[in-house]
Design a protein around this ligand. Structure first.
Ligand SMILES: [Ca+2]
Ligand SMILES: [Ca+2]
Length: 687
């Protein structure tokens, strides 16, 4: 085997063992069904192994192992083809070309560096295929049934060379997430020669990622990562653990600050929510639209200026699109609030969370405000809290694998976490009354996968009319919708996503607390990576579970899988907007009760002691201390004993609020000039 023919550039040194032919054809012959069979290349496991074996600022050594792949036969127009798949990774998805698996990952890099990837050693096998490798249908949107898209075969199938005809490992241009830089590395470890009908798999490769500029020896300045990004970084960059120290990365206690841009007439209606955000520990800068200007460009400039000052984590807009314009996307001119969040680096990785109360009247703003405030500040508890552990999956019977297959995977993950009931409302049997009944019974999360319209989910036919008829009160779910145009919010007509937030009155609430949905047509497969990451990785393993932070983290998974400059990633970021408060901490369990056992102010120091008779975790709760007009406002986290202390210079009455994940918060507890000891549990019981 001549390695020169492998299209490996000169930097690639193949010092590994030479390729060997693996006899798997016998296996293929016996596989008469369309079921996938696992073709092992290593002894154990099916996970692609990314192992950063050395992590320094100057260079990192990465070892990638491919333990095997799934092999499947598929009949197309009377001819048999081979399909090759790897768990957790998509195909290259290039229309008409062999759909080999695309392996890739995100890596943190030192700021200001443009790293290159060099191959240190490789080990590959050549596998003759009994049937030709099937092509990809390419990307298409969810307004199209995949079955109606034909397979095509490009010129590649006539060429006696390996596809993709690229270097073994490519790194993207560096991108910036808020204040941290990374690259996407793409590994062309699956290659196919259509004429020889041979699949080449690199099963073990070691690579060295080296910086463009030699280390000058100066100490790097510490980088503080806002808490909403912490989970995304630690879960989606394979080298986070190893590089956190060399890169001097620290996760901040604080969530960062929020900029609110509000249509002038809605200022009063917005006030209770702004006050609540401050009490829950988010510093808020509130401005009227007239102070910002009138155009999208005015908003973009204003947000950029705030971001450049440092510390901005959230942008929230209040008003419909005619009152506060969207910024149009670059891929398909999608109406895009998210584009306001692209502030650092020339990339599509969001740097802050962006969300909107898309309401047209002060009355509806007041309703959306009340939904968000009460969701966080006054949760159900005891028997009434059962709904937090219930969810809904709604999915179509289309796609390969089917949409309901993905919905089942999410369901299993959530059930293994805190959930004890997730409805399976799947085609062909799904209908609107199933959705209505479940929501009215109380559900905290809805995952939708299928076709969508501006006013409905096609699977179940649940539409804006049904939302208006709901009677779920304040059992308000949050919703991840993988569908076309559910969030087409520009213009005066009410979109599906807006209807969820606008449903009900202050007295009789209904609908949802937050919805992530697209303003244009979503693609079939890439959004599923967003949804899976959001539900199964960031929710179940994360530390900071804000609705917008979960969505943002899920988006970075699309970049990881399809490339940082892929159309799929850019398009998804631009089109997928957050309706409702993006900074709310989602609830996925019955809330824990805590109480303020001690709140004293003496000698310029406030000391708060939080306790929990029910045994809730007392560490890392957010405690704020403020005066009545909130001109004084301090935030701190409790230590493991539940204690937070503050230096406060203020006269007059002081108050405290305690918030946390799945917590029944303590709100507006008055702080006294002297210690007020609550009765102990013992005293209460023995009175
Ligand atoms: Ca960015
Ligand atoms: Ca609208």
């Amino acid at each position: 085997m001549n390695t020169k023919k492998l299209n490996l550039k000169s930097i690639v040194r193949n010092i590994g063992r030479s390729g060997s032919i693996l006899a798997v054809s016998g296996l293929l012959l016996t596989a008469s069904t369309s079921y996938a069979t696992w073709q092992p290349l290593a002894r154990s496991g099916q996970k692609i192994g990314f192992n950063v074996v050395m992590g320094k600022k100057a260079n990192q050594l990465v070892n990638v192992t491919v333990p095997g792949f799934h092999l499947q036969k598929k009949m197309v127009d009377g001819k048999t083809y081979t399909v090759v798949r790897v768990p957790d990774f998509p195909g290259v998805t290039d229309k008409g070309n062999p759909d080999v698996p695309r392996l890739s990952t995100n890596l943190l890099i030192p700021n200001g560096q443009v790293p290159s990837m060099k191959v240190v050693s490789t080990d590959y096998v050549d596998i003759p295929l009994e049937h030709p490798l099937l092509s990809s249908k390419g990307h298409f949107t969810r307004d199209i049934n995949p079955e109606t898209v034909p397979y095509t075969f490009s010129d590649t199938y006539q060429k006696d060379e390996f596809y993709p005809n690229k270097v073994l490992a490519e790194v993207s241009e560096p991108f910036t997430m808020h204040n941290v830089q990374g690259v996407n590395a793409n590994f062309n470890f699956f290659q196919y020669n259509p004429v020889k009908q041979v699949l080449r798999v690199y099963k073990n490769v070691t690579l060295s990622m080296e910086n463009s500029v030699p280390e000058a020896g100066q100490r790097a300045t510490a980088t503080k990562v806002p808490s909403f990004l912490a989970s995304t970084l630690s879960r989606s960059f394979i080298n986070f653990g190893l590089m956190q120290k060399p890169l001097d990365l620290h996760v901040a206690d604080e969530s960062g600050s929020m900029l609110v841009i509000c249509y002038d007439d809605f200022t009063e209606a917005a006030k209770p929510w702004v006050d609540w955000k401050k009490k829950s520990g988010i510093p808020v800068k509130f401005v009227k639209m007239s102070e910002v200007g009138s155009t999208a460009e005015d908003i973009k400039n204003y947000v950029q200026e705030e971001f450049d000052k440092g510390g901005l984590s959230f942008l929230h807009l209040i008003g419909d699109v005619d009152q506060i314009p969207t910024l149009r996307g670059t891929v398909e001119r999608a109406h895009s609030d998210q584009s306001y969040g692209l502030l650092a680096g020339d990339d599509w990785f969001l740097d802050i969370v962006v969300s909107r109360f898309s309401a047209q009247t002060a009355e509806k703003v007041a309703l959306q405000v009340d939904k968000a405030v009460k969701y966080e500040s006054a949760p159900d508890y005891g028997d009434a809290a059962a709904w937090y552990k219930k969810g809904i999956g709604i999915a179509s019977n289309e796609g390969n694998p089917k949409d309901w297959d993905y919905a089942d995977t999410i369901r299993e993950g959530l059930m293994a976490f805190t959930y004890d009931e997730i409805d399976q409302i799947y085609d062909p049997n799904a209908n609107a009354s199933m959705v209505t009944e479940a929501i009215n019974d109380g559900r905290s999360v809805i995952n939708y996968i299928g076709h969508g319209s501006k006013t409905s989910w096609v699977t179940s036919r649940f539409n804006t009319g049904h939302i208006a008829e709901l009677s779920n009160g304040r059992m308000l779910p949050y919703i991840w919708s993988v569908a076309c145009v559910n969030g087409a919010f520009a213009g005066w007509g009410e979109s599906f996503a807006e209807a969820w937030l606008n449903a009900g009155t202050l007295e009789n609430q209904q609908g949802a607390v937050a919805v992530a949905a697209a303003s244009t047509n979503m693609q079939w497969v890439p959004p599923l990576y967003w949804q899976a990451e959001t539900n199964l990785v960031l929710l179940t393993n994360g530390t900071s579970r804000t609705f917008g932070g979960l969505s943002l983290g899920g988006m970075s998974k699309i970049a990881e899988k399809y490339g940082a400059t892929s159309r799929s990633f850019k398009m998804f970021v631009e089109q997928t907007n957050n309706f409702g408060d993006g900074s709310i901490k989602v609830r996925y369990d019955a809330p824990n009760a805590v109480e303020v056992e001690e709140a004293k102010f003496a000698n310029g120091k406030v000391s708060i002691k939080v306790g929990s008779p029910a045994g809730a975790d007392l560490g890392a709760l957010t405690v704020t201390v403020y005066n009545s007009d909130m001109s004084v406002l301090h935030t701190a986290k409790t230590d493991t004993r539940g204690v937070a202390t503050f230096d406060v210079a203020a006269d007059g009455e002081l108050f405290t609020t305690v918030t946390g994940t799945n917590l029944i918060p303590v709100v507006d507890r008055k702080i006294d000039g002297q210690s007020i000891k609550r009765e102990s549990k013992f005293d209460k019981l023995h009175k």
